[in-house]
Write a protein that binds this ligand. Structure first.
Ligand code: DGT
Ligand code: CA
Ligand code: CA
Ligand code: ZN
Length: 582
């Protein structure tokens, strides 16, 4: 963890504990605010302090917080944090992390039902105690049970966006180790899965000991789980496990193929090899001489192919299959699509500014989009019902649209669209009337609240927005959070069919916490001929970097550039947008 993340975690924990204690809400939000500020800082706080910068010039950081940050930098802890932690059962914080449970409820369960951790919460629910508490009831208890079950099934998996940067930085270190020829991540991470069980790294080297040693002593390693000649495993401070395989250059491709998986893909590939009188393992593709139990590489048999994945696929009459497709979902028989890449993306169509809950001005947002070589940026702040996100009422929206159009008029080289991210209300109505929507260049319609509707209601709700003639894109269509919140239970086939009919694009929200639509939904949409938008939903400049998670998800859904509106040339995109205007 970076210093900023460590400190943000501590400040958030202090905010949580204060809330549990029923402290003054001002004090609670002050701590939470510092946590957010620290998490968003692009420069390491330690560097800022070493440069002699005054932290109190940052919004939300006051004298007291700055002192606490200094204390942490000097001593590695914050006294107030230690005192607070000692005052409440540690297990309560885990309960606070359950979606739908706020500090007031948890405090109530603690004080009146003796709940101190997840186990005692379960016991008290079973005993019917929780249901009897003020403002609770059977329905609430049912929701808590669902949330707990969901958290458990995804408990030990890590989000793609949390794992990928870690793997990349470890590879940078490994590539600098003497003897290393090639290094890559494999496994579910290379396949671009939305969550990762563990990181699998692969190195081809002439000096296995040096690579293993460098790996096991790397920054962030807190435990060495295995330390063999060709195989090591470690645990990082974050809890994430990382496996390393060390191989010879000659068998690098076979090892990469094997450890990229998926298991199901590997099984099918081995069957294919067998049909051709060949035998595939992690050392290479060998002629199958059938009679021996001993593996071919141990008997000095020369492989047919082993150095690269391409050679191996070619030897079983296949083109190289992109890792994102290696799930045994038809990749062996279908014509492989020319998958979309990050470089194809030329427009961002869902981004926020300081007008609602973003951190960039219109100008700064436009500058960032331009810096990324985009031909179009849509400014889409929240609508009035998103009160917490400072959503705009019609009057503020009108002024905002004028401001956006003024920026567009004076900016060269990029088209700035005046849009909005309009709430899809619980019954499917939109948060602005048609006259207001018609004044906008682009409308992204998204669900934000009431995400526990039954399937019929949820589907009807989103369907209404898909069919609305003034809506271009359905933003994060289910509202799920990866591993944390299931989101709307939609009949996707119905939604997709309507999206095709009404020429409405369905979004892949690229933020790695959302990745909504998910890969399988994208695949269904692409197959049905629907349009897809890949947007980052940027609230700050660094969020543009999340694009790659959205593109990976798109690739897992067999998405091509032609089906993705953000990849279209300016003219085609603008014509599609204009066609939905009176
Ligand atoms: P994860 O870590 O749960 O997100 O998923 P993966 O796919 O990264 O799985 P992992 O880390 O257990 O193993 C990495 C790859 O190694 C896996 O995708 C395929 C290959 N592999 C591992 N164990 C086996 C096995 O028993 N048979 C076959 N055919 N392949 C295996
Ligand atoms: Ca793995
Ligand atoms: Ca593994
Ligand atoms: Zn949104």
């Amino acid at each position: 963890m970076s210093t900023n993340t460590e400190l943000a975690t501590i400040f958030q924990e202090m905010a949580d504990i204060l809330a549990l204690q029923g402290a003054n809400s001002f004090r609670v939000s002050a701590h939470a605010r510092v946590a957010r500020e620290l998490a968003d800082l692009s420069t390491d706080v330690r560097t800022l302090v070493e440069r002699g910068e005054d932290l109190t010039t940052y919004e939300g950081i006051g004298d007291k917080s700055a002192k606490k940050i200094s204390e942490y930098l000097e001593t590695g802890h914050i006294t107030e944090h230690e005192t607070l932690k000692a005052a409440v059962p540690a297990g309560l914080l885990a309960i606070l992390a359950v979606p739908g449970l706020g500090p007031k409820t948890v405090r109530l369960m603690w004080e009146q039902a003796g709940v101190t951790d997840v186990a005692s919460l379960r016991a008290q629910m079973d005993a019917g105690v929780i249901e009897q508490l003020p403002r609770m009831g059977a329905k609430t208890v049912e929701n808590i049970r669902t949330a707990l079950a969901f958290l458990e099934t995804s408990a030990d998996r890590v989000r793609l966006g949390a794992a990928l940067p870690v793997a990349e930085s470890m590879l940078t270190t490994l590539r600098a180790v003497p003897g290393v020829i090639e290094a890559a991540f494999a496994g579910s991470l290379r396949r671009g899965c939305e969550t990762i069980g563990d990181i699998d790294l692969l190195v081809a080297t002439t000096d296995p000991d040096a690579a293993g040693e460098a790996f096991r002593t790397m920054d962030g390693v807190v435990q060495v789980l295995a330390a063999g000649a060709t195989k090591s495993a470690v645990r990082l401070g974050s809890g994430l496990q990382v496996d390393l395989r060390v191989v010879e250059e000659a068998s690098y491709g076979a090892a990469l193929l094997y450890f990229t998986g998926s298991k199901q893909h590997n099984v099918r590939l081995r069957e294919r090899a067998v049909k051709r009188g060949l035998r595939l393992n992690e050392y290479g593709l060998f002629p199958d001489d059938g009679t021996h139990d001993e593996a071919p590489q141990r008997r000095g048999i020369a492989p047919v192919a082993a150095r690269t994945e391409e050679e191996i696929y070619a030897a079983v009459d296949l083109p190289w299959i992109p890792p994102e497709l290696r799930e045994d979902r038809g990749e062996f028989t279908a014509a492989l699509p020319d998958l979309i890449t990050c470089d194809d993306i030329r427009a961002e169509l869902h981004a926020h500014t300081t007008a609602s809950d973003g951190r960039l001005s219109i100008e700064a947002l436009v500058a960032e989009a331009k810096r990324r070589g985009y031909h179009t940026i849509a400014v889409t702040d929240h609508s009035r019902s998103s009160v917490l996100a400072n959503g705009l009422d019609v009057e503020r929206l009108r002024a905002h649209v004028d401001a956006i159009r003024a920026v567009d008029a004076k900016t060269k080289g990029i088209r700035v669209l005046a849009g909005a991210e309009v709430d899809i209300l619980v019954d499917g109505d939109l948060d602005y009337d048609d006259e207001t929507l018609a004044m906008l260049d682009l409308v992204v319609a998204s669900p934000h609240v009431s995400l526990k509707q039954d399937r019929a209601k949820a589907t009807a709700r989103i369907l209404a927005a898909v069919r609305h003639p003034l809506v271009h894109i359905i933003g994060h269509p289910t509202g799920r959070f990866v591993g944390r919140r299931e989101g709307l239970d939609l009949d996707l086939d119905v939604i997709i069919a309507a999206a095709v009919e009404h020429d409405t694009a369905l979004e892949i929200n690229a933020n790695n916490v959302r990745l909504d639509l998910r890969d399988t939904h994208v695949r269904a949409a692409v197959e049905a001929g629907a349009l897809i938008a890949i947007n980052t939903d940027a609230h700050g400049a660094e969020h543009f970097d999340e694009l790659r998670y959205g593109v990976l998800t798109g690739r897992r859904g067999w998405l091509t550039a032609d089906r993705c509106v953000n990849a279209w040339p300016a003219r085609r995109l603008h014509d599609w947008i204009a066609a939905k205007r009176p």
